[in-house]
Write a protein that binds this ligand. Sequence first.
Ligand code: PLP
Length: 457
Amino acid sequence: MSNLNLVERVDLPVDRIPERWYNIVPDLPELPERYLDNATGKPATQEYLERLLVKAMAAQESSIERWITIPEPVREAYRLWRPTPLIRAVALERELGTPAQIWFKYEGTSPSGSHKLNSAIAQAYYAKRDGHQKLITDTGAGQWGSALALACRLMGLDLLVFMVRASFHHKPYRRYLMETYGAEVRPSPSETTRFGADLLRRRPDHPGSEATAVSEALECVYDNEDARFAVGAFANFCLLHHTIIGQEVREQLAIAGRTPDYLIAPVGCGSNLGGFAFPFVHDKLDGADITIIAAEPEACPTLTRGEFRLDFADASGRGPGVYTYTLGHDYVPPPIHAGGLRYHGCAPLVGLIRREGILDAVAFAQTDVFRAAALFARCQGYLPAPESAHAIKAAIDVALECKRTGRAATIVFNYSGHGLLDLEAYERFNAGTLRDIEEEDFVLPVPAPLASAGAGL
Ligand SMILES: *Cc1c(COP(=O)(O)O)cnc(C)c1O
């Protein structure tokens, strides 16, 4: 075995951390819609946003500056694991017999295991700088919560996390990670908020969702003047922070002498896709032939089967409303192992580029996703998070299409996180007991009328 030839990789020098975040807003054909304050039915004021969010975040949310300087302490913290490598999956290409090149940006080197630490560090830094003691947030499978727990520890802040109840009880490993970093973690729905207690009274076995966890977190923020809400994925500023991913990819592809034909990322809410692909969107608008693909689960098909309309970021309808693709804020996605993709809506900026025809989307069944993940692991060694495996499935499909057409395309996907805390799902896949968990006749819930949606609270 003298020539295994498994990978090609492009590593940037350790001091090559981007100095600025890229804000896509000024480069878009139209501005994103403003948030709506549900209490007044009017566009959210800066005052409203600053009561919910750290002031610097509220400012970044509506910024139209193209480049935003990354504070030095944030860049210092990024040095914990950045720059991340860009790796060519040579063994997988050989296995598929494709003339295409398959590259992936490996975000799994972060201490918390996913891309989410990019924004967690920034949000914790600004919260501390603006004088807050505490952040409150929601988490699904726990990737965001564990990233923020580490970031708050590094910056010297308290953290309260509402974790989707099904994961809190059945997938506790990331909870243990959050607790080790020093965060307080509660299941959602919980008895500790009015919204959660009410849900449990009506449905004691309520499994929770990202949206219920957001509602409880917001209630606690409203009850505590010193605390602010930290956003795992939805907000413009969150996508902004992740654009260091795509900036690094641009530089690494240039070193490899390639330009991308396909950029693929998994989408739950859109933060890793935004961070990975936004730095290439202006090339596409300038005429470059780049196909950008969002890969989502069939169990929560926001971009492939949702509608573009006004909806709420949380389940109670008390949080801010905004135009984006959504399945309805009261939609509770069926349980799948890619917990990070179980969100009813998507980031407004991702919704916007989807509506503008800049973003394509595909949806996959869970068993197909795990088959792709296992093939990838056997070829390349890396075991992907179930979320990231959606992008792998899409990349494999494109590579096989290239095999049929003989096209030597460059496919690049974002490997958003590792799957070493998701082994239980792999155990089921290996045992042949993993199911797709989809209803045959998928029906979208009837949306609640806007004016009355939050009136009961
Ligand atoms: C949270 C998460 C996702 C999905 O969230 P986005 O906001 O769509 O990026 C995807 N992959 C991993 C590893 C995650 O932790």
